[in-house]
Design a protein around this ligand. Structure first.
Ligand code: NAP
Length: 332
């Protein structure tokens, strides 16, 4: 495993981190979830990403149990707040009330006294940014989180929050956006602003939820046990990637991966890590073999000709519009 600084902070994170959205507490049984966490630890992953909302709060519980007994100082545990965790009108968003309640719930479920990074899972247009940042400051100053991050925030929102964080003397060090060969909306605005401010990207769905592994074939039903067959939640989230045009182009990447001596999942994960503003690529996995495959992307350098050949194949189906970085206009 290779390690990178999280933005301009002193915190080192594993280049590849493990995230448990959709899988833990939902798609896979606890035994498989624990085996994936074990595989992550065995292969040198030290950084784990979850959220209060995943699997209706069950994902944090599963991760907490799977990491129990590990040396806490050897791990970086990240969680998030914003999406609904209960039926009440205050069980969501970035109000002081919900942030304070949610961090306590997350720490209890994760069985830890602090998280390394606490992230605003979206921007909340119904709460003054000052209120949110002051609540984060109290959380950092009370030792419940070491660093603060955001997720899917626009460049202008990151800039405003960063300025407030400086005033409040808390470290806002990261943004967590979607980023892959097929989804490059952060390149135009979020990355230049983040580079200037010393904010690092912890990128999600680097494999476009499994699509860039090449296992979904155009015109064919999805493979058994894959996310596209998970009717509980996965199928709905991956659906937009499963067009014949995307899948045909992904198949055309296979010879490029072979030439580079990589598997398709490794090529997809290595691709996002070529960007120096990316601090870590969060991969998901429903089985331990996938973790073993994916981690081999750490430290891989892709040459300019290969990157150009990839661009030529995927460009027509790649999203680049910075306007696609969005948070709900109203709290969900
Ligand atoms: N901040 C946000 O709003 C946000 C949103 C989404 C995700 N995230 C974070 O990002 C993490 C990763 O997202 P993701 O799970 O969509 O990432 P991903 O790495 O793009 O997709 C992971 C899925 O692809 C399949 N896969 C993984 N490795 C494979 C391999 N070697 N061969 C074949 N298939 C493979 C697995 O699904 P199957 O085996 O089921 O097909 C796995 O669950 C999440 O857990 C979460 O921590 C954050």
């Amino acid at each position: 495993m290779e390690f990178r600084h999280l933005g301009r902070s002193g915190l080192l994170v594993s280049e590849i981190s493990y995230g448990n959205w959709i899988t833990h507490g939902s798609q896979v049984e606890e035994e498989a979830a624990t085996a994936c966490v074990r595989a992550a630890l065995d292969t040198g992953i030290t950084t784990f990403d979850t959220a209060d909302v995943y699997a209706g709060t069950k994902a944090e519980e599963v991760l907490g149990r799977a990491l129990k007994g590990e040396r806490r100082e050897g791990l970086e545990i990240f969680t998030k707040v914003y999406w609904p965790t209960g039926p009440g009108r205050n069980d969501r968003g970035l109000s002081r009330k919900h942030i304070m309640e949610s961090i306590n719930g997350s720490l209890r479920r994760l069985q830890t006294d602090y998280v390394d990074l606490y992230q605003a899972h979206r921007y909340d247009y119904s709460t003054p940014l000052e209120e949110t940042m002051e609540a984060f400051a109290d959380i950092v100053h009370s030792g419940k989180a070491h660093y603060i991050g955001v997720s899917e925030w626009k460049a202008s929102q990151i800039r405003q929050a960063h300025a407030l964080a400086r005033e409040l003397r808390i470290p806002l060090v990261s943004n967590q956006p979607q980023y892959s060969m097929l989804w490059r909306v952060i390149e135009a605005e979020v990355i230049p602003t983040s580079e200037e401010l010393g904010v690092g990207q912890i990128v999600w769905s680097p494999m476009a939820q499994g699509v860039l592994s090449g296992k979904y074939l155009p015109g064919q039903p999805p493979p058994a046990g894959s996310r596209a067959t998970d009717e509980k939640s996965g199928a709905g989230f991956i659906a937009s990637w499963l067009s014949d045009d995307v899948l045909t182009r992904v198949q055309r990447l296979k010879p490029l991966a072979e030439q580079a001596g990589l598997t398709m999942p490794q090529l997809a994960v290595a691709w996002v890590l070529q960007n120096p503003n990316v601090s870590s690529a969060i991969v998901g996995a429903s089985r331990p073999e996938q973790v073993h495959d994916n981690v081999k992307a750490a430290g891989v350098k892709l040459d300019a000709d290969l990157l150009k050949a990839i661009d030529e194949i995927v460009e027509p189906v790649t999203e680049r519009d910075p306007g696609k970085t969005e948070s709900p206009a109203q709290r969900p």
